[in-house]
Design a protein around this ligand. Structure first.
Ligand code: KIV
Length: 283
C-alpha cells in the first residue's frame, strides 16, 4: 500500500476485507466440502487469540449468560449486554473471523418488527457481521426481513436453550420421527427465508446428516455428529475452564481451570514469601 496517497487507507481496508471470512466464504466452504470451525467468544483477548488461530466464525453466544454471568439459563442476558460483548469481540477479531452475535431471549420473540430493529442495533453498534436466532418456521418472517435488509442470519434448531422452560430438559431433540421431520422442515423453511447457515444442537448424527445433505446452506453442529458442514463449541468447554459441564459432545483441548488455579496459587505463595516482586521486577 502506498503511503500518503489519497485512498490508501481505503485500499488497506479493502485488502483486509478480502481476507475476512464472509457468508460467501461459508457457502464456498460447504460447496468445497471444507469443514467450518466456529467457537464462542465473549471478550477482546480471546477473540484476538481465536482470530490469530484462524478460526472461521466467532459466535458471541447468549451462553455468555451461563459461562460469564453465572446464570443457570440463557434467559437473563439482555440485548445491551450482548451488544457490549459483541463490540469487544469484533474489536479483537480484527483480521480473519466472521463475528456473529446471538439475539437474546425476548429481543425478537414478541414480533418480527421489534426483532428487525434489535438486529439493526446489533449491526450498527457492534461491528458484528451477522446475527443468530433460535427457532424454525415461527421466526421465518423475521429471517426474511433481515436477510432482505442485508443482515446475515444464522438459524438454530434442535436443542434451543431459550425455550428451556417450554421443554423442561436439555435432552437430545429429534429422536422421534415426528420431531425429526419437523426439524428437517424447519431447516428448509429457514433456508428459503434467507438464512445463510444454521446451528444444529444436540440432535442424532443421522438426522444432522439428512438435514446437511438436503440444504445448500451450511450446517454447524454441536452434539450433532460428524456430518455437519462445521462444528461449534463453547470456549469455556473446549478450553477446560468449565469443569462441571461434561456432556459427551465436548472435547477438551486444554485444561485451563487447573492451570489458572496453579498460577494463582504460585502467585499467592510468591507474595507471601516475599519473592515477588524481585529487584528486577521493581523500579
Ligand atoms: O449461545 C451459544 O453459545 C450457542 C452455541 C452453543 C451454538 O448458541
Amino acid at each position: 500500500m502506498e503511503q500518503g496517497k489519497p485512498g490508501a487507507a481505503y485500499h488497506g481496508n479493502a485488502e483486509r476485507a478480502a481476507r475476512r471470512v464472509t457468508t460467501r466464504t461459508v457457502h464456498d466452504m460447504k460447496v468445497r466440502g471444507e469443514k467450518i470451525s466456529m467457537i464462542t467468544a465473549y471478550d477482546y483477548t480471546f477473540a484476538a487469540l481465536f482470530d490469530q488461530a484462524g478460526v472461521d466464525i466467532l459466535l458471541v453466544g447468549d451462553s455468555v449468560s451461563n459461562v460469564v454471568q453465572g446464570n443457570e439459563t440463557t434467559i437473563p442476558v439482555t440485548l445491551d449486554e450482548m451488544i457490549y460483548h459483541a463490540r469487544i469481540v469484533a474489536r479483537g477479531a480484527s483480521e480473519h473471523a466472521l463475528v456473529l452475535c446471538d439475539m437474546p431471549f425476548m429481543s425478537y420473540q414478541a414480533n418480527a418488527e421489534e426483532g428487525f430493529r434489535n438486529a439493526g442495533r446489533i449491526m450498527k453498534e457492534t461491528g458484528a457481521g451477522g446475527v443468530k436466532i433460535e427457532g424454525g418456521k415461527r421466526v421465518a418472517p423475521l429471517v426474511k426481513m433481515m436477510s432482505e435488509a442485508g443482515i446475515p442470519v444464522m438459524g438454530h434448531l434442535g436443542l434451543t436453550p431459550q425455550s428451556i422452560h417450554q421443554f423442561g430438559t436439555y435432552q437430545t431433540r429429534g429422536t422421534t420421527e415426528d420431531e425429526a421431520n419437523s426439524i428437517l422442515h424447519d431447516a428448509k423453511v429457514l433456508e428459503e427465508a434467507g438464512a445463510f447457515a444454521l446451528v444444529l444442537e444436540k440432535v442424532p448424527a443421522a438426522l444432522a446428516e439428512r438435514v446437511t445433505k438436503s440444504l445448500s446452506i451450511a450446517t454447524i453442529g454441536i452434539g450433532a455428529g460428524p456430518h455437519c458442514d462445521g462444528q461449534v463449541l463453547v470456549m469455556h468447554d473446549m478450553l477446560g475452564l468449565s469443569e462441571e459441564f461434561n456432556p459427551r459432545f465436548v472435547r477438551r483441548y486444554a485444561h485451563l481451570a487447573e492451570e489458572v488455579r496453579k498460577a494463582a496459587r504460585s502467585y499467592k505463595t510468591d507474595i507471601q514469601s516475599g519473592s515477588f516482586p524481585s529487584e528486577k521486577e521493581s523500579y
